[in-house]
Design a protein around this ligand. Structure first.
Ligand SMILES: [Zn+2]
Length: 209
């Protein structure tokens, strides 16, 4: 394995363990990936069905554009790997992180009828790449969930094509996808979006709207 892959695997593991401890990747849910090479495309990806709280760098898989494992592992990549590939290829992301938090699950269902969720007026929005003011309105598109990964990949591709400035996308009753130029930026975006979703959710509880 290259030094680049080993470094990425180490960073990916520490983010996965940290997010697990925050309750965003419980019960083997969620997945993470990062670009190792663009030509040909090689992604470091979490395997399917592993406990992110016990995750280690040696478990990180190297996969190709068709989400086939090209490293010396017997494990399967996450079922949602094709979605990561689409976001990397079509949205220029260098890393993609998918979380299953309580608040992203609740709010992605609550606002699905609106096609998305608008967030504005919060200082924390400035943690999103390119956002300079709390007055920014961030639109988090919401798409219907599906167990058909190819259909879901098409839906994500179509939605991102219409929302080129989005920093994340919600799958209804399922979770959040966010991304960045690298793992650290993707981590920051997930932290910001999860914070804002929790603010919205708790505000609804307090204010009742
Ligand atoms: Zn998921």
């Amino acid at each position: 394995m290259s030094d680049g892959f080993l470094q990425i695997a180490s960073t990916l593991t520490s983010i996965a363990r940290g997010f697990h401890s925050r309750g965003w990747l419980v019960g083997t849910s969620g997945n993470l990936s990062a670009v190792v090479d663009r030509e040909p495309l090689r992604l470091a990806v979490t395997p399917s069905g592993v406990d992110k709280g016990e995750f280690s760098p040696a478990q990180v898989l190297l996969t190709d554009e068709q989400s086939r494992v090209v490293s010396d592992h017997l494990a399967k990549p996450s079922d949602e790997s094709p979605l990561h590939v689409r976001i990397v290829k079509e949205h220029g992301a260098g890393a993609v992180i998918h979380t299953h938090s309580i608040w992203n699950t609740i709010l992605s269902d609550r606002h699905a009828g609106d096609g998305g969720l608008g967030i504005e007026g919060y200082e924390m929005l400035k943690g999103l790449q390119g956002v300079k003011t709390h007055q920014h309105r961030e639109w988090l598109p919401i798409i219907e969930n599906s167990q058909d990964m190819l259909a879901l990949a098409e839906s994500i591709s179509d939605t991102l094509g219409k929302n080129k400035d989005a920093h994340g996308i919600l799958l209804r009753g399922h979770g959040l996808y966010s991304w960045g130029r690298d793992l650290l930026q993707a981590k920051r975006h997930v932290e910001i979006l999860e914070f804002l979703l929790e603010v919205l959710g708790r505000s609804i509880l307090i204010n009742g709207n």
